[in-house]
Ligand binder design. Structure first.
Ligand SMILES: [Fe+2]
Length: 468
């Protein structure tokens, strides 16, 4: 196990650099750009962040062309990152840390927008997303930060979460944002393909829950609200960070809120057993008219403690998340069935972008090699789960290899066949590379593997943009 080395020092950014082929060849029809986002700096001098989510975001762009591939890696120039770079110390409160100094630093300074969770590629710009604030827009080619982005003056500085759902057929983009306050507001957005919000809905939520993702399922938007609530007072007083003030309250159950995707109106509310999830794979409406959602379920909120420990380089908490499915009546939000699909720790469930909101067959995910202690390791394998047969095929990269979330790219003339792109940290050699696998032959060697100029620390989420 050697993932710690990848986060021991701040990642080194680089301008556009041609990539050397380590093995194989870039497929002739793979043309476009992979973008990934993740926390790239976890310390300033001797100061260390409090949680993995506190790291400043950096964007990796890997462009595949007829002449070969090149990569660019840049920190998002957020206001907080610029101020802290100049001061050469941390100044702001964050998800998992209070601001250094007197308590009023926390009361008067906003939580730093780290722009570190995911990306959304629009036709004219790339958005770096963070769930507690507005997106930052970047140049698609150079990854230079343009600035904060209010989606053509339609977002009004509200939060725009990091898991938007794009309907590939209509180009519509669905997303949400949480506004804490005396009452918590859930803002739900529908945007056109340019990102401009065309419809918005405000709903009051009980307490301040942690909501990271949702599902688009046919005509519905499904919000699964796990029983985590922030105890706000210690946060306001600067005594605790948001993360440390989150309380697991299983007695509240998991709330299910269903909205109509066209009107954004609330259709139904229900409650089911307590569980926690960061991520949904997808959702759809089955032939009975019921909603089916797939997600990675944890039995409690220990996953947050594990991710806090990752930032220290020393983990001890075991937090197993497994793939589940739930069937929900949209009219009542009653969960009629829950089923564990796979009894294996996994995260980052993905699917082909053209299947978002519809029935799909293959779920791609990150998992681990056989016989590893998940309390000590990061995810060490990528896999394909066949929802039709229940089969799992996966690639074992060997010891000390850490692949990122796999991103599916369709072959241009055959959308049912594609590639999986993963950025791999090689802990043995302290190097990073980009690998391309055939999505239906994960047990085979990658189609190609290319060396990256510097170490890319473990990242969260990414996307693929076809060459236009
Ligand atoms: Fe996420």
């Amino acid at each position: 196990m050697s993932w710690q080395k990848a986060i021991a020092n701040p990642a080194r950014e680089f301008n556009k650099t041609p990539l050397t082929v380590i093995s194989g060849a870039i497929p002739d029809t793979l043309r476009g750009t992979l973008y990934r986002n993740g926390p790239a700096r976890l310390n300033r001098g001797k100061q260390r962040v409090g949680h993995l989510f506190d790291g400043d975001g950096a964007i990796l762009g890997i462009n595949f062309t007829a002449e070969g591939a090149n990569a660019t890696y840049k920190y998002v120039q957020t206001e907080g990152y610029i101020a802290e770079s100049q001061a050469e110390k941390y100044l702001f409160p964050n998800y998992g840390m209070t601001a250094p100094g007197a308590f009023w630093n926390n009361a008067t300074k906003p939580v730093k927008n780290c722009a570190n969770i995911s990306v959304l590629a629009l036709s004219d710009r790339l958005l770096a997303l963070w769930e507690g604030g507005v997106p930052h827009s970047l140049d698609l080619a150079t990854l230079e930060t343009i600035g904060t982005d209010n989606l053509q003056n339609t977002l009004n500085d509200l939060s725009f979460s990091a898991h938007p759902k794009v309907d590939a057929a209509t180009g519509e983009i669905f997303n949400f944002g949480i506004s804490p306050g005396k009452e918590t507001t859930l803002n739900i957005y529908k945007s056109d393909a340019t990102g401009k919000i065309t419809k918005k809905k405000e709903v009051s939520l009980p307490g301040l829950p942690l909501m990271h993702d949702f599902a688009l399922a046919g005509d519905y938007l499904v919000f699964v609200i796990s029983p985590v609530r922030v105890n706000v007072l210690p946060v306001l007083l600067g005594r605790k960070s948001y993360s440390d003030a989150m309380e697991w309250k299983p007695q509240l159950g998991t709330q299910i809120w269903i909205f109509d995707r066209h009107e954004l109106s609330l259709v139904s509310q229900g409650e089911t057993d307590p569980w926690y999830q960061w991520h949904h794979t997808n959702g759809y409406v089955n032939s009975d008219g019921n909603i089916v959602i797939e997600f990675v379920r944890y039995e409690d909120f220990k996953t947050n403690q594990y991710l806090k420990e990752v930032a220290t380089g020393n983990t001890k908490t075991s937090a197993k998340g497994t793939l589940w499915q739930a069937i929900i009546n949209p009219q009542t939000a009653k969960v009629s069935e829950t089923q564990q699909l796979l009894d294996r720790h996994c995260e980052f469930p993905m699917l082909a972008p053209q299947d978002v909101g519809q029935s799909w067959r293959y779920t791609y995910l990150s998992t681990h090699r056989d016989n590893v202690d998940i309390s000590q390791e990061l995810l060490t394998a990528i896999a394909r789960f066949d929802r039709q047969t229940g089969n799992l095929s996966f690639t074992d990269l060997g010891a000390n290899m850490y692949p990122s979330e796999p991103i599916y790219v369709s072959q241009p003339n055959n959308p049912d066949s594609g590639w999986l792109l993963t950025v791999v940290y090689d802990g043995e050699r302290d190097l990073s590379e980009i690998r391309v696998y055939n999505s239906d032959r994960l047990e085979e060697e990658p189609v190609c593997s290319l060396a990256l100029p510097s170490v890319i620390p473990p990242s969260f989420h990414g996307t693929w943009k076809n060459q236009s």
